[in-house]
Design a protein around this ligand. Structure first.
Ligand SMILES: N#[N+]C[C@@H]1[C@@H](O)[C@H](O)[C@@H](O)[C@@H]2O[C@H]12
Length: 449
C-alpha cells in the first residue's frame, strides 16, 4: 500500500452551517431569517421540513464539541446566524445570541480545536429582506457592520474567517431560479445580488485589515470544473460559458477586479444591466489570505441552442457513480480544479472548505452506520487533493461536509452528509464508520491507496 503523507501543518476539519444545525429558530431573542420564512412557506421544502429544531445544536453544542474532540479535529468550520446576533440585521445586538457563539468558541478552544467562522451561510435577517435584501446595495453596508461586531468579539481568538459561503448559490438558486430563500425568480436581480455580495466581501476584508486582526480571511466559492461532452467547437464553447457562469463570474472579480467580458455581454443583451459603482471592482479585488473551495462534482455540458440563455445543456455521463444528490462522483475533478486555480489565479493558500457526499445511511442491527461508500468517496478525493499538493498547489486544509447530518435546504432532512448520524426523533448522535475512519486519518496524517 502506498502511503500519501499530508504536510505536517495540514488542517483536518469538518464543517456545518447555522441554519442547518442550530434549531432554536425563535429562542433567546433570535430574529427571523429568510430561511425561517422560506421553510415555513408551504411547498418550498421537501416533506414540509424546517430548521426550527434541526440538530438542536443551540442546546447541545457542548456534547457536539466533545464529539469533535473525540474525532481529533484540528478545526471546526461553522457559521454565525446574523439574525441571532442582530435580530433586525442592524442596530440592537442580541447579547444572548452573541453569548452562544462566545461559549461555542470557548468550548472549541478548550478542546484544542481551532474555530473557522463563516460570516454568511445564507440566513439573512428577514428584516433586511423586507428592505430588498442583497438586491439592495445597503445590505453590503449592514453586512460590514455585522462583521465588525463579530470581528471585535472574536477576532483575537479565531484564526480563520470566511466572509461568504457560495455566493453563486445565494445569487442564482436564491434569486434567479427561486429554489432557495428568498425564492425570487428574476435573473437581473440575481446579477445585482451577486455583485452586492462580492462588494460586501471586499468591504469586510478592508475592515478586517483596518482592525489589524491576527487571523486569515478569505471567501468560500462553490467551484465546479466543467468538461465538454465532445471535442467539437460548439461543445467547447458551451463548456467555456458554463465555466464563466459558475466559476469565473466570482473568481475574476475577486482575483482580477473584472467580470468575464463575454458573459457580461450576454447578460447585457439577454438579462439587462446591474449597477456597478465607480470603485466597486477595486473594493472586491482585495487581496485575500486564502480561497475556500467547496468541491462536490464536475459538470459535462454540450451545446443546445434551445436549452437556456446560454444554449448550454448539462449531460449525465453513463456508467458513472452518483450520490443521493444525483451528483457524479468524480474525484479527479478536484485535482483538475486545484491545478487550474493555482495556474490561473494563484491564491496564496487554498482550503477545501467542503467536500462530502450524501448516501442512504441507516443504523444497522449492530447499532452502527456502515457508510463504506462515504469512506470511499472521501478517500478518493483526499488522494486527488494530495496529488495537487505534490504538484505544488498550496492546499492547507480539508473540511468534510458535514460534521453531522443536517437540514439540507430544499431537500429537508432527506439527505444525510454527516460523519455523525442524527436520529431526529430523539437527537441521538451516532458516529458513522466514516467518523472512525476520519479519526485514524487525522491521527496518522496519511491515507493509503
Ligand atoms: N447540497 N449540498 C451540500 C452542501 C450544503 O449543505 C452546504 O450548506 C453548501 O455550502 C454546499 O452545498 C453544499
Amino acid at each position: 500500500m502506498h502511503r500519501r503523507y499530508f504536510p505536517e501543518d495540514f488542517i483536518w476539519g469538518a464543517a456545518t452551517a447555522s441554519y442547518q444545525i442550530e434549531g432554536a429558530y425563535n429562542e433567546d431573542g433570535k430574529g427571523e431569517s429568510i430561511w425561517d420564512r422560506f421553510s415555513h412557506t408551504p411547498g418550498k421544502i421537501l416533506n414540509g421540513d424546517t430548521g426550527d429544531v434541526a440538530c438542536d445544536h443551540y442546546h447541545r453544542f457542548r456534547e457536539d464539541v466533545k464529539l469533535m474532540k473525540e474525532l481529533g479535529l484540528d478545526s471546526y468550520r461553522f457559521s454565525i446566524s446574523w439574525p441571532r446576533v442582530l435580530p433586525e440585521g442592524k442596530g440592537q445586538v442580541n447579547e444572548k445570541g452573541l453569548d452562544f457563539y462566545k461559549q461555542l468558541v470557548d468550548q472549541l478552544l478548550k478542546a484544542g480545536i481551532d474555530p473557522a467562522i463563516t460570516l454568511y451561510h445564507w440566513d439573512l435577517p428577514q428584516a433586511l429582506q423586507e428592505k430588498g435584501g442583497w438586491a439592495n446595495r445597503d445590505t453590503a453596508k449592514y453586512f460590514v457592520e455585522y462583521a465588525n461586531l463579530i470581528f471585535k468579539e472574536l477576532g483575537d481568538v479565531v484564526p480563520l474567517w470566511i466572509t461568504h459561503n457560495e455566493p453563486w448559490v445565494v445569487s442564482f438558486p436564491g434569486h434567479a431560479f427561486g429554489e432557495h430563500a428568498p425564492g425570487i425568480k428574476n435573473y437581473q436581480t440575481a446579477l445585482q445580488v451577486a455583485h452586492n455580495l462580492l462588494l460586501s466581501h471586499g468591504m469586510a476584508v478592508q475592515s478586517f485589515r483596518q482592525l489589524g486582526l491576527p487571523g486569515k480571511i478569505g471567501i468560500t466559492l462553490n467551484l465546479t470544473p466543467v468538461y465538454p461532452f465532445s471535442d467539437n467547437e460548439a461543445d467547447q464553447k458551451a463548456c467555456d460559458l458554463q465555466d464563466a457562469f459558475i466559476n469565473r463570474w466570482f473568481l475574476d472579480p475577486i482575483f482580477e477586479g473584472s467580470y468575464p467580458e463575454e458573459l457580461h455581454q450576454i447578460y447585457r443583451k439577454k438579462v439587462g444591466e446591474f449597477i456597478i459603482k465607480n470603485d466597486d471592482l477595486e473594493i472586491i479585488n482585495q487581496k485575500i489570505d486564502f480561497l475556500g473551495i467547496n468541491y462536490y462534482l464536475r459538470l459535462v455540458v454540450k451545446h443546445n441552442p434551445d436549452y437556456n440563455i446560454f444554449g448550454v445543456e448539462t449531460v449525465k455521463p453513463e456508467g458513472r457513480e452518483y450520490t443521493e444528490m444525483g451528483w457524479e462522483v468524480y474525484p479527479e475533478g478536484l485535482y483538475d480544479l486545484l491545478i487550474r486555480l493555482h495556474k490561473d489565479y494563484a491564491p496564496e493558500a487554498l482550503y477545501i472548505t467542503e467536500n462530502g457526499a450524501a448516501y442512504q445511511d441507516q443504523i444497522d442491527a449492530d447499532g452502527r452506520v456502515h457508510d463504506q461508500k462515504r469512506i470511499a468517496y472521501l478517500k478518493a478525493h483526499l488522494k486527488n487533493a494530495h496529488r495537487a499538493i505534490e504538484a505544488g498547489v498550496p492546499v492547507k486544509g480539508y473540511y468534510i461536509w458535514s460534521l453531522m447530518d443536517n437540514f439540507e435546504w430544499a431537500f429537508g432532512y432527506s439527505k444525510r452528509f454527516g460523519l455523525i448520524y442524527i436520529n431526529y426523533d430523539n437527537q441521538q448522535r451516532i458516529l458513522k464508520d466514516s467518523a472512525y475512519w476520519y479519526r485514524t486519518i487525522i491521527a496518522k496524517n496519511y491515507i493509503e491507496d
